[in-house]
Design a protein around this ligand. Structure first.
Ligand SMILES: [Ca+2]
Length: 238
């Protein structure tokens, strides 16, 4: 066997590693925070669609005819899926909503990571781990909100922001650790389990500032999928 052939085989083997696959799937835009990395934004429609194509199936909300929105109790909305979160077609860089905890966890494994734990998500959201963060952030400081000292700039309920519903990934200002939309936009599934429930963090465009704080995390049924809930993944250190 020629040296070139051996090099080629080695290259193919390296491309098969989880790190190489994860980079292809967008984990390259993960931010180091302490002993792990975390997605800079919520997982997008484009990434989630690539996952579904790769595993060869439709999302649960697509198969079951639509996700949920709060009205007079939880109401199913026909045709509302990650592709059309509030009925209208999503942009490729919109965050993927109407995703169950199981689908989120499976996506993260496919992308070379996992759902963050409560402690990991909280460290990423509230503790500035960059050595030289841009002003006004200060290295090592803990903040009450993922956006910093206030929730200003987050996509929340009310008229204080530009978005009536979700905002595209990265549309709102970078917060602690340079992460976007840790406060508001979509709730984010975490790994932490309590029976059939899983923890969600960060609040959403439907809630106010209090839900973006660490004390505002909420449990939701793992099988649940709604217009307010998305996720991001954590990865091993780069
Ligand atoms: Ca969020």
């Amino acid at each position: 066997m020629s040296a070139a052939a051996i090099v080629s085989i080695v290259a193919v083997a390296l491309l098969g590693t989880s790190a190489a696959r994860a980079a292809d799937r967008g984990a390259a835009d993960a931010v180091p925070v302490g002993a792990f990395r975390i997605d800079r934004t919520e997982v997008t429609v484009a990434r989630f669609e690539a996952f579904l194509q790769s595993v060869g199936r439709r999302s649960t909300a697509e198969r079951e005819g639509g996700g949920y929105e709060w009205g007079a109790g939880w109401e199913r909305r026909a045709g509302w899926t990650f592709r059309a979160p509030s009925g209208a077609a999503a942009r490729a860089d919109d965050p993927a909503a109407h995703v169950s905890w199981f689908e989120a966890a499976e996506f993260c494994a496919w992308a070379g990571g996992r759902l963050p734990s409560r402690d990991e998500w909280a460290e990423a959201a509230y503790v500035e781990r960059r050595a030289r963060p841009p002003a006004p952030f200060v290295a090592g400081r803990s903040y009450p909100y993922p956006t910093g000292d206030t929730a200003q700039g987050a996509n929340l309920s009310g008229a204080g922001d530009r978005y009536e519903r979700h905002a595209p990934a990265g549309a709102t200002a970078a917060g602690v650790n340079g992460l976007h939309e840790m406060a508001g936009n979509l709730w984010e599934w975490l790994a932490d389990a309590q029976g059939d429930d899983r923890l969600t963090a960060g609040g959403s465009w439907w809630y106010g500032a209090a839900q973006t704080q660490a004390s505002g995390m909420q449990w939701k049924p793992a099988r649940f999928f709604a217009v307010y809930v998305g996720f991001r993944c954590a990865y091993p250190p780069g």
